[in-house]
Ligand binder design. Structure first.
Ligand SMILES: Cc1cn([C@H]2C[C@H](O)[C@@H](COP(=O)(O)OP(=O)(O)O[C@H]3O[C@@H](C)C(=O)[C@@H](O)[C@H]3O)O2)c(=O)[nH]c1=O
Length: 181
């Protein structure tokens, strides 16, 4: 397993060891002991989520507020996404900065997203099955988000000519500076 910290402190890319034979592929998608020793802390995941999306769907940028903030371990089971994480920790050197990378069912990468981040992804393939663990339960009252094309965050989501499908909720998310100023 290879674990690399991104420029956002505490946010890691995890690449599992892949075992390939005549039948296909095997890998450990999560192993608590190895995972916690690699990231240097214990995380008590309590919920597993899965979403299925068509191409061009953008889910995000989402987070839960305050005492319901969630750390997440995200991966792609089918297809490919551009995954984006924004640092919302006001005391962080990288506050307001983002990290983005492509994760897919071919590269088998996971991302550990600590509490205090907003998260979103854009689907790049025809069908995407996206799966993630969370260390706090879903609380609809604590849901919050930032509009994906916020000019202050300045995230390059790629080909701007392509249609992006957003939920009604995500279309009306506030700007970064409305939440943090
Ligand atoms: C996230 C979530 C949603 N729901 C419900 C609420 C709603 O009716 C329906 C769809 O919810 P959403 O539109 O918020 O789903 P989605 O846009 O996929 O939300 C997810 O986006 C990604 C980027 C994240 O990082 C996640 O934490 C989560 O916020 O599912 C739950 O019951 N439990 C959950 O944990």
């Amino acid at each position: 397993m290879k674990v690399t910290e991104t420029q956002l402190k505490g946010c890691f890319i995890i690449e599992p060891d892949i075992f390939q034979d005549d039948r296909g592929v095997f890998f450990e998608s999560y192993q608590k002991k190895r995972f916690e020793s690699a990231i240097g802390k214990s995380v008590a995941f309590v919920q597993d989520n899965q979403s299925i999306s068509k191409q061009g769907v953008l889910r995000g940028l989402h987070f839960q507020k305050k005492e319901h903030a969630q750390a997440k371990l995200v991966r792609v089971i089918r297809g490919e996404v551009l995954d984006v994480i924004v640092d919302l920790r006001v005391d962080s050197d990288t506050f307001g900065e983002h990290f983005k990378t492509k994760i897919s069912s071919d590269n088998h990468k996971s991302i550990f997203i600590p509490k205090g981040m907003a998260h979103g992804f854009l689907t790049l393939s025809e069908e995407v099955i996206f799966a993630y663990k969370c260390d706090d339960y879903y609380h609809s009252g604590a849901e919050c988000g930032i509009i994906y094309n916020d000019p202050d965050l300045n995230i390059d989501w790629g080909d701007s000519d392509k249609t992006i499908f957003l939920s009604e909720k995500d279309r009306h998310l506030p700007r970064f500076k409305e939440l943090f100023s």
